[in-house]
Design a protein around this ligand. Structure first.
Ligand SMILES: Cc1ncc(COP(=O)(O)O)c(C=O)c1O
Length: 379
């Protein structure tokens, strides 16, 4: 089996499982209880919080959530619900949990504009500056795109927002542990993270929030997590997330270099297949992301045929509706419907080896040739 879908999710590392174990049935107290088991659990949560903040070099609050989706919802809705009305800017290639939140806001009377991207998926900071209006309250641009892997100039965008007095949020779900996430350099007011993309457990994430940012909570109750996320904390999950961050950040320089080499080998091998091109930026891309269009065939068919051969990848044109709408990201970078449907994402990770890359190239060449023979689009 060759798993090349690490951007979708990752297996939990053994070190992370070991770190979590005691918090299921030994140190099982409720962190809000004032007795010993409670204070032990509280200590574990607070140590995890401190450790993650240290690793991202963040000065502010880290609110634990159920994952990246909740963190993004809390950031956008939390800011907007604390005001009556206003204008919000989001990039046109955000994850659906931002796109759909923006759509909902718009239905509630908020003005929402989408920042365009170039053909590589890059946001131009100058365009962001031009699109900021007097009533703009928030700008959200992801740190790197989950489909095509393009890394955005968030340091520059955060500076522009700060100069203009507009809040800036970035979704760093795909970048933590893959490229540097240093919040002393990215001057964002809010940053979203998720544990299961970095070999941590599923169902845990966090939103970094600067002290002076006012947010309305989405969940009301016991007032946990600075009053921003009520509900008993997921102690084992939080401990596991913190361990995963620690390991990912520690191993990043070496691992990113290793993956970058494998990524480039995979790109060169796949581009030798006729009528194939790379999506996303050639250099400003995540070290583990390969995204290519095999023209004249359907991405889904490639994914299914590769799966039969034990190679697991993902299609970027995963249909979110019955109309077979292609990915909004691929449409935003200017791909036509046919090319968007023929695009496939390969994301590498900790267990990817050189042999996997060689095998994948070989199998892809075979599968693409076979599918092109029966494709109605091939001449
Ligand atoms: C960029 C990005 N943001 C947010 C999410 C959602 O994170 P979670 O699965 O933790 O809700 C994902 C996951 O696919 C993602 O890739």
């Amino acid at each position: 089996m060759i798993y090349l879908d690490y951007a979708a999710t990752t297996p939990v590392r053994n070190e992370v499982i070991e770190a979590m174990k005691p918090f299921f049935s030994d140190t099982f107290g409720n962190p809000s209880s004032i007795h010993l088991p409670g204070t032990e659990a509280r200590e574990a949560v607070e140590k995890s919080r401190e450790s993650i903040l240290e690793h991202i070099k963040g000065r502010g609050r880290l609110v634990f959530t159920s994952g990246g989706t909740e963190a993004n919802n809390l950031a956008i809705k939390g800011v907007c619900l604390s005001r009556k009305k206003g204008h919000v800017l989001v990039s046109s290639i955000e994850h659906p949990c931002i796109m759909e939140t923006a759509r909902w806001l718009s239905s509630m009377g908020w003005k929402v504009d989408h920042i365009p991207v170039d053909r590589y998926g890059l946001v131009d900071p100058g365009t962001v500056e031009d699109m900021i209006r007097d009533d703009t309250v928030l700008v959200s641009v992801m740190h790197a795109n989950n489909e095509i892997g393009t890394v955005e100039p968030v340091e520059e965008i955060s500076k522009i927002c700060s100069e203009k007095g507009v809040l800036f949020h970035t979704d760093a779900v795909q970048t933590l542990g893959k490229i540097e996430v240093d919040l002393r350099k990215i001057d964002a007011d809010m940053v979203s993270f998720s544990s299961h993309k970095i070999y941590g457990p599923k169902g845990v994430g966090a939103l970094f929030v600067k002290e002076d940012v006012k947010l309305v909570p989405l969940l009301h109750g016991g007032g946990q997590e600075f009053g921003l996320r009520s509900g008993t904390e997921n102690v084992p999950g939080i401990v596991g997330f913190s361990k995963a961050v620690e390991l990912a950040v520690k191993e990043l320089p070496e691992e990113a270099e290793r993956l970058r080499k494998l990524r480039d080998e995979l790109i060169s091998g796949l581009l030798e297949i006729p009528e194939t091109f790379l999506n996303g930026h050639p250099e400003k891309r995540l070290p583990n992301n390969v995204h290519v269009c095999f023209r004249f065939i359907e991405g889904e068919s490639i994914v299914l045929m590769l799966s039969e051969k034990g190679v697991f990848v993902s299609t970027a044109s995963a249909c979110s509706s019955r109309k077979l709408e292609p990915s909004h990201v691929l449409r935003a970078i200017g791909l036509n419907h046919r090319d968007a449907h023929g695009s496939v994402r390969f994301t590498l990770g900790k267990f990817t080896k050189r042999e996997d890359i060689e095998k994948t190239i070989e199998v892809c060449a075979e599968v693409v040739e076979k599918l092109r023979k029966i494709s109605p689009f091939t001449e």
